[in-house]
Ligand binder design. Structure first.
Ligand SMILES: C[S@@+](CC[C@H](N)C(=O)[O-])C[C@H]1O[C@@H](n2cnc3c(N)ncnc32)[C@H](O)[C@@H]1O
Length: 418
């Protein structure tokens, strides 16, 4: 610390602290009003902004043209458009042909706001911003502080699946959101993990929703016969799909027989004991030799955030998405959660997929399916001696955006108690 006249100069440490405090205040504005981002996306989707812009052509659309196409007020629309441009969903440019009027185009991020099409993710936004899904967030602190009723139950009096069974509109929102996630993830599985489906004649998709996932898998691997298994109220309205049979039932009671059981975004809805029950039912459904269980779910890394941030910003964002999903599980399911590798290992061991005590005790690395926060875990019943192959898919998306798969395998034995 140095004194110059009466003025005291700040030390380097004090300056750093002041900078950090100032940055904290700026950062905090995002959290005060963070909900407005989600609300603006919902508004854009309900208005059909992305569809109107796409229909107009990629050269760009002016505000007045967009207001006419959407039949709405330009002054309000301008404020939404300006915010979406700030969030990088749209790009604005000036054009000579329009006397300097701004033209707007969709960015790749903006195209994800479409309701239809392979890359449209609007359904996920519409589900998460629905009043039904927003209400449980008000009960989150009660759940944490007093281990009160699950937040969804506190808000709606029953769990999400019973609620969906009684409210077809909400069930439709869930199924459409899941289908839109599947349209993003399944191509990455098909491109990155085709080997997993070699020699598999039939797959039962447990908690398969409206069958979008299986429809895509059987199209990519036409030798597979698909069984889409979900609650009766879900499969009764699922569309017909080639080579896919819909079966209604309860995975806690029995799972239809197939060569492989596939579970995507299902186990994270349940606590460890429930996952173990589901996995045991899956094991009963597959052949003792060469039967497979394939899990697609998130794996939370315990790595240090700052390090991730420096190393690869996309990894940092994907980790953030997984942690947000964990919050969503706390708000929307009774006891579901996202799991670390160690937590997965516990569940898998207890379900009877345990590793023999060999010198290689470290778990294989888990990497994400490109651009997603899902990892793929595969077990194969290998031989009559009940040897299992446990593979975690390591899939990287290099800078050229082509998928490269690197599977790390180690052997696991079936626990005698299972
Ligand atoms: C998060 S969604 C995943 C849907 C699909 N696997 C996907 O990724 O698109 C969970 C699914 O589990 C289903 N489910 C919930 N309880 C079930 C049960 N007891 N038996 C069978 N399916 C169930 C739900 O209806 C829902 O479709």
């Amino acid at each position: 610390m140095e004194e110059i006249g009466n003025r005291r100069e700040k030390t380097v440490g004090e300056n750093d602290y002041a900078d950090e405090e100032q940055r904290a205040e700026i950062d905090m504005w995002r959290y005060f009003f963070g909900f407005s981002e989600m609300a603006a996306l919902k508004c854009a989707i309900e208005l059909g902004i992305a569809e109107a812009m796409e229909a107009h052509g990629r050269a760009g659309i002016s505000l007045s043209e967009l207001a006419t196409a959407l039949n709405c007020s330009s002054s309000y629309l301008y404020r939404i458009i300006r915010f979406l441009a700030h969030l990088k969903f749209l790009k604005e440019k000036c054009s000579d042909a329009t006397n300097g009027a701004k033209l707007y185009t969709l960015t790749p991020l903006g195209r994800l706001l479409m309701k239809q099409g392979e890359r449209g993710m609007a359904a996920l936004v519409l589900l998460e911003t629905s009043p039904v899904m927003l209400a449980p967030w008000q009960a989150l602190s009660g759940r944490v502080r007093n281990n009160d009723r699950p937040a969804f139950e506190a808000a709606h009096g029953e769990d999400i699946w019973d609620f969906a069974a009684e409210n077809q509109n909400h069930s439709k929102l869930i199924n459409e959101a899941m289908a839109c996630d599947a349209r993003m993830v399944v191509p990455a599985i098909v491109n990155g993990c085709a080997d997993v489906f070699d020699g598999v004649d039939s797959v039962v998709d447990v908690g398969g929703g409206d069958g979008t996932t299986l429809g895509m898998l059987v199209k990519a691997f036409p030798w597979i016969k698909g069984i889409n298994f979900d609650l009766p109220h879900v499969v009764s309205v699922a569309p017909e799909r080639n080579s896919v049979e819909h079966i209604g039932g309860d995975m806690f009671k029995a799972v239809p027989q197939a060569n492989a059981a596939f579970l995507m975004w299902v186990l994270h809805d349940w606590c460890d004991e429930e996952c173990i029950e589901i996995l045991k039912k899956c094991r009963e459904a597959i052949p003792k030799v060469k039967g497979k269980v394939i899990i697609v779910d998130a794996v939370i890394e315990e790595a240090d955030d700052e390090q991730d941030k420096e190393q690869d910003d996309d990894n940092y964002k994907l980790k953030g998405a997984k942690l947000m999903l964990d919050m969503v599980m706390m708000a929307h399911t009774n006891r579901g959660k996202e799991r670390t590798q160690e937590e997965w290992q516990y569940v898998l061991d207890k379900a009877g997929f345990s590793r023999p005590r060999t010198k290689s005790s470290a778990l294989p690395s888990v990497y994400q399916i490109p651009s997603c926060y899902h990892a793929l875990i595969q077990f194969e019943l290998q031989s009559k001696q009940n040897l299992l192959e446990f593979v975690m898919a390591k899939i990287r998306l290099p800078k050229d955006r082509s998928s490269v798969v690197n599977l790390t395998a180690s052997h696991f034995s079936l626990a005698p108690s299972a």
